[in-house]
Design a protein around this ligand. Structure first.
Ligand code: FMN
Length: 455
């Protein structure tokens, strides 16, 4: 019997802004990221990604501004380092209208809106995408966001996850428990749209959130959207083990990826789920062309437009450390931070100085970079999957849409030839496509415990 090889999952990693990860490339003559304000930019990208059979587009987002580096927002504005930034959720309907299978993983901070409001927004998108919506649950890392939301500073790191736990409980009650599956009759003869005996108010009195009432939307294909999470501090891993179905990680080498993946899968099993109940995606930058030499040339050309200092300013905001205060070769006191602990993990382990950070962050940000022709890239991605024990990649953009088009035209056929990438989409909702089970949360997921018992 021939066993099917493990299939690589692929998301395009993007953001509703100009400069996302590979800072400075917005100034490249072939880059169109400054068209992010137009619908056509997003609909044509979605069509391109579906042509390449991408599982999804993963949209990052941030509330707040990057003002840690030099205690200023000046470089952030000059280089457009995730500022200006538009709302990612509002892109989904347009992209869904021109595609049939592409999934959407959208980042939304779990403290910005009341869960009652957010639950309806996601249900609406699950209806309009016919079950293709996912949510990347983030808890934030910027004091500037907290100030924008009316606080003096952000809530303490672990408490942010405690609040998010409570937030998710309200959402599960609304998404899974408020409307029974057969509540909607839409019976014109009997004049009954919904059966009042099958729609139930929730009553949540949690440590951080209170909510009483009915979910405003009727049940959608997936009910609960696919739940993504990114953040691998100790508390972050615990949160992921309980809630996440997809986890987005960083790692600079395959051993580090494997260590993170194993720790995460053990935590998932300890939470009463199967270790494979989570799909793990690694951030990755690929620069490719039809020959090895042309790919190297393209990389060199991109480097000429990259702005390593902008990468450092981004990293300052992620870690909460103002690197402008350090000399190039001075030892950096990484220490405990109230920002993102995942961000500091690698730099701290490697003891990176500012000089090294500038090199590392120039192209690729915190993610590994692969440069080469089709065979080299396909072999390398395959090795990351096998040795890193991950499931797929969130591919950063360099020059857009060029980098996604290159990947689709050059690398995808090589992955398909190796039997490690699909040649057609599976049917069904995003959850069914990713896990080959049902459209809804599996019974062993914590969210399923908020369903009403049948009958
Ligand atoms: C790979 C990765 C991607 C992330 N993307 C976002 C994002 O788009 N928006 C955001 O607000 N936070 C993002 N975060 C931050 C985390 O979701 C989390 O809130 C933060 O890292 C603090 O948690 P931690 O200490 O567990 O890492 C990301 C983190 C990682 C590791």
């Amino acid at each position: 019997m021939v066993t099917k090889k493990k299939q690589i999952l692929l998301n395009a990693f993007n953001m509703n802004c100009v400069g996302h990860i590979n800072h400075g490339l917005w100034a490249h003559p072939r880059d169109h990221s400054d068209h992010y304000k137009t619908l056509n930019y997003w609909t044509s990208l979605a069509t391109t990604l579906e042509r390449g059979l991408f599982d999804g587009i993963f949209l990052a987002d941030i509330l707040g501004v990057y003002d840690v580096y030099q205690s200023s927002v000046d470089l952030t504005l000059r280089e457009s380092i995730q500022l200006p930034v538009n709302d990612p959720l509002l892109l989904v309907s347009a992209m869904a209208a021109v595609t049939q299978h592409l999934g959407f993983g959208v980042t939304v901070n779990a403290s910005a809106d009341a869960p009652y409001i957010f639950a309806r927004r996601m249900s609406t998108l699950d209806h309009l995408t016919n079950g293709r919506i996912g949510w990347n649950i983030v808890t934030g890392y910027l004091d500037s966001a907290a100030r924008g939301l009316g606080l003096d500073a952000q809530v303490e790191h672990d408490s942010r996850y405690d609040r998010a736990d409570d937030y998710l409980t309200v959402l599960y009650k609304l998404w899974e428990g408020s409307w029974e599956d057969d509540a909607v009759l839409a019976d014109k003869q009997k004049r009954v749209y919904a059966d009042p005996t099958k729609v139930h108010p929730i009553d949540h009195q949690g440590q951080f959130y209170r909510s009483q009432g009915y979910h405003l939307a009727e049940p959608s294909v997936q009910r609960t959207p696919i739940l993504y999470q990114a953040g691998t501090s100790g508390r972050g891993r615990q949160f992921a083990a309980r809630h996440a179905e997809c986890i987005f990680i960083t790692a600079t080498d395959k051993n580090a990826a494997r260590a993170t993946t194993r720790t995460l899968r053990e935590a998932v099993a300890a939470a009463g789920r199967k270790p494979d109940d989570v799909k793990i995606f690694l951030g990755m930058t690929v620069i490719t062309d039809h020959s090895a030499a042309a790919a190297q040339e393209k990389h060199a050309e991109y480097v000429r437009y990259a702005n390593p200092e902008a990468g450092l300013a981004h990293f300052s905001a992620s870690t909460g450390i103002d690197f402008s205060r350090y000399d190039l070769d001075e030892t950096i006191a990484y220490g405990a931070s109230n920002a993102s602990q995942s961000a500091t993990q690698i730099a701290q382990q490697r003891g990176w100085t500012k000089r090294q950070l500038l090199q590392e962050l120039a192209i690729g940000g915190r993610y590994p970079v692969v440069v080469g022709d089709a065979a080299t890239v396909a072999d390398e991605l395959s090795a990351w999957i096998d040795e890193g024990e991950i499931d797929g990649f969130n591919l950063t953009r360099t020059v857009v849409p060029e980098s996604f088009e290159d990947f689709i035209d050059i690398v995808v056929p090589a992955l398909q030839d190796r039997g490690i990438y699909k040649t057609a989409y599976a049917e069904g909702a995003l959850r069914r496509k990713l896990f080959s089970e049902g459209d809804r949360l599996p019974d062993r997921h914590i969210g399923a415990s908020y369903r009403r018992p049948r009958g």
